[in-house]
Design a protein around this ligand. Structure first.
Ligand code: ATP
Ligand code: MG
Length: 254
């Protein structure tokens, strides 16, 4: 069965896109069939997957508006070995245009239905906002991966996200749950990071992934080459951490 995972946190710069790209390529390298959906007008997932967002005439924008089928818009990425539904700046307009459309929260869900069975995993990179785009991601997802940096305000923002997930469960998608909280850009020498990490484990117990993503320069460099980190520096701690995460997710999914 296909597992659909939204990667969401309304806080900016916490590692959503880095996680989307590198989890997608790690799962694909283990032999899973993966589709990655870029749901952020910034198009960072698209660029980081080696696709030039400025040259696209079809993106997730047309898919959400019902002008293109998802099957027509998806692209194979090289060397990531996953398929991508790309995004660019045009998507910023979708928020306004979708307001007047029917079923505006479930447009992505309806669009993915015909191609869903082609994949073992569909990952959705959400924008840093609790807006209609993120809502579309949450409405189609079976579960949410929440990347977070272990810093002072991290827990505060988390309650807004958890409340949004509860609202989505009540209103649109009764089966959605939190798949896991992922500690990103982690520096074990930082005392505050350790404290926040401990609090996180107290609050969320085994929902906190055992895998921790370290702060690693290779992870930050790779998008500049349009490459997942596996194909930039396979031996790096960042690449190894995302492979470990993929394996942890495969164990919990089976
Ligand atoms: P946004 O909210 O803008 O979409 P995001 O949550 O998707 O941001 P990323 O774009 O993945 O976050 O990461 C923010 C910045 O931090 C990027 O420059 C990225 O390269 C860098 N970064 C992410 N994870 C790591 C890491 N583990 N080690 C070092 N740098 C990282
Ligand atoms: Mg992002």
């Amino acid at each position: 069965m296909t597992r659909i995972l939204a990667i969401a946190n309304q806080k900016g710069g916490v590692g959503k896109t880095t996680t989307s790209i590198n989890l997608a390529s790690s799962l694909a390298s283990i032999g899973k069939r993966v589709l990655l959906v870029d749901l952020d007008p910034q198009g960072n997932t698209t660029m980081g997957s080696g696709v030039d967002k400025r040259l696209l005439d079809r993106t997730v924008y047309q898919v959400l508006l019902g002008e293109q089928a998802a099957a027509e818009v998806r692209l194979p990425t090289k060397p990531g070995k996953y398929d991508l539904i790309p995004a660019n700046q045009e998507l910023a307009g979708a928020e306004v245009e979708m307001v007047s459309l029917d079923q505006r929260e479930s447009r992505l869900k309806d669009a993915l239905l015909p191609i869903q069975a082609d994949y073992d995993f569909i990952l959705i990179d959400c924008p840093p906002a609790l807006n209609l785009l993120t809502l579309n991601g949450l409405c189609v997802a079976h579960a949410v991966i929440i990347p977070m940096q272990c810093e002072y305000y991290a827990l505060e923002g988390l309650s807004d996200l958890v409340n949004t997930i509860k609202r989505v469960r009540a209103g649109f998608n009764s089966s959605i749950r939190i798949e896991g909280l992922l500690r990103t850009m982690f520096d074990p020498r930082n005392l505050l990071a350790q404290q926040v990490s401990d609090q996180l484990k107290q609050h969320f117990g085994n929902k906190v992934y055992r895998t921790v993503i370290p702060r690693n320069i290779r992870l930050a460099e790779a998008p500049g080459f349009g490459l997942p980190v596996l194909y930039h520096d396979r031996q790096s701690r960042g690449a190894q951490a995302y492979l470990e995460l993929a394996n942890e997710i495969l164990v919990t999914a089976s």
